[in-house]
Design a protein around this ligand. Structure first.
Ligand code: NDP
Length: 289
């Protein structure tokens, strides 16, 4: 039976440490770290994510500067708010909650964020730093995966890693971080041939596809580490209620994998934690240079 990689427990541990660090830092500085979360429109899942982030900030002693704007807010208005937050000395991290309404050019807004305040690590400068192996703000979900591997002493160096998915948000930075940690990395996507065969070769398999239970036991090498980034809401056939599942069919894969993250309670809580970590990192950098 696979070892369960408990992202929730690790998230709690890191958040407690961050809270202690913030408490210690605040004694010597005139303000706590600050995070601004910008949300445009009423996407229900986004509203829940934003609430989660704001509650986590409150628990840790990070000041929140959220703006919840109506769905018809213009591109120019959101851009102006980002400009103000870039200038605001109380704000160390800025996050634009995705997805944005169709009339808004998300990439232009993400590129407008001061790279030093880019809590989500999605700005081209921070992505470029990742490609070059330079320090910078790392995108949160893949950074959360790397933290889980480290916590459980799963060493990527020399291992074959397969990353399923090539989004800017998860797949691409994930592959780069595993490469940085000296894994031999293959990125797979919707045009990849013989996907199951490719996945079976992986010592570390990361699924970031967004297809419920796509990866079954016959896709996984016995003893492999399986990281399930997917978050999919499905209707339970028996109870009729909706519930969250990953991209990995947990019940069939757990008996043969070496280690596996559950959904929920795996990478999800780590993503929020790395956002808070990035905010504290920017805060310290602003004070210490
Ligand atoms: P995207 O939809 O942006 O990307 C999905 C990727 O999967 C694409 O590269 C796509 O390939 C690939 N793909 C889709 N279908 C298949 C298929 N049948 N076979 C092989 N590859 C396929 O999603 P994200 O990267 O944003 O998110 C992925 C999942 O992770 C989602 O479930 C999302 O909810 C979850 N997520 C979880 C987070 C967390 O905190 N745990 C944070 C962010 C996301 P192609 O490029 O060819 O289209």
């Amino acid at each position: 039976m696979a070892q369960r990689l408990d992202g929730k427990a690790l998230a709690n541990k890191i958040q407690s440490q961050l809270a202690a660090d913030i408490n210690h830092d605040s004694e010597h500085r005139d303000r706590p770290p600050g995070l601004a979360v910008l949300m445009v429109g009423d996407h229900p899942a986004s509203a829940a994510y934003v609430r989660n982030k704001e509650r986590a900030c409150e628990r840790l002693g990070i000041a929140s500067f959220g703006s919840h704007l109506p769905a018809d807010t213009s591109q120019a208005t959101v851009a102006e708010i980002i400009d103000q937050l870039n200038q605001d000395d109380r704000v160390d991290g800025i996050l634009v909650q995705l997805p944005l309404p169709d009339h808004i050019d998300a990439v232009a807004l993400l590129n407008r964020i001061d790279p030093a305040k880019d809590a989500d690590g999605l700005h081209p400068e921070n992505m470029g730093r990742l490609i070059r192996g330079e320090s910078g703000l790392r995108s949160c979900t893949p950074a959360g995966v790397m933290a889980v591997l480290k916590e459980y002493n799963i060493e990527p160096a020399g291992k074959k890693a397969v990353v399923l998915g090539r989004s800017i948000l998860v797949g691409k930075p994930m592959a780069l971080m595993l490469l940085e940690a000296n894994a031999t990395v293959t990125i797979a996507h919707s045009r990849t041939q013989d996907l199951a065969e490719l996945c079976r070769q992986a010592d570390i398999l990361v699924a970031a596809v967004g297809r419920p239970n796509m990866i079954g036991a016959d896709w996984v090498k016995p003893g492999a580490t399986v990281i399930d980034v997917g978050i999919n809401r499905i209707q339970d056939a028996e109870s009729g209620k909706s519930r969250l599942v990953g991209d990995v069919d947990f019940a069939s894969v757990e008996p043969l994998a070496g280690a596996i993250t559950p959904v929920p309670g795996g990478i999800g809580p780590m993503t929020v934690t790395m956002l808070l970590h990035n905010t504290v990192l920017s805060y310290r950098k602003r004070f210490n240079g």
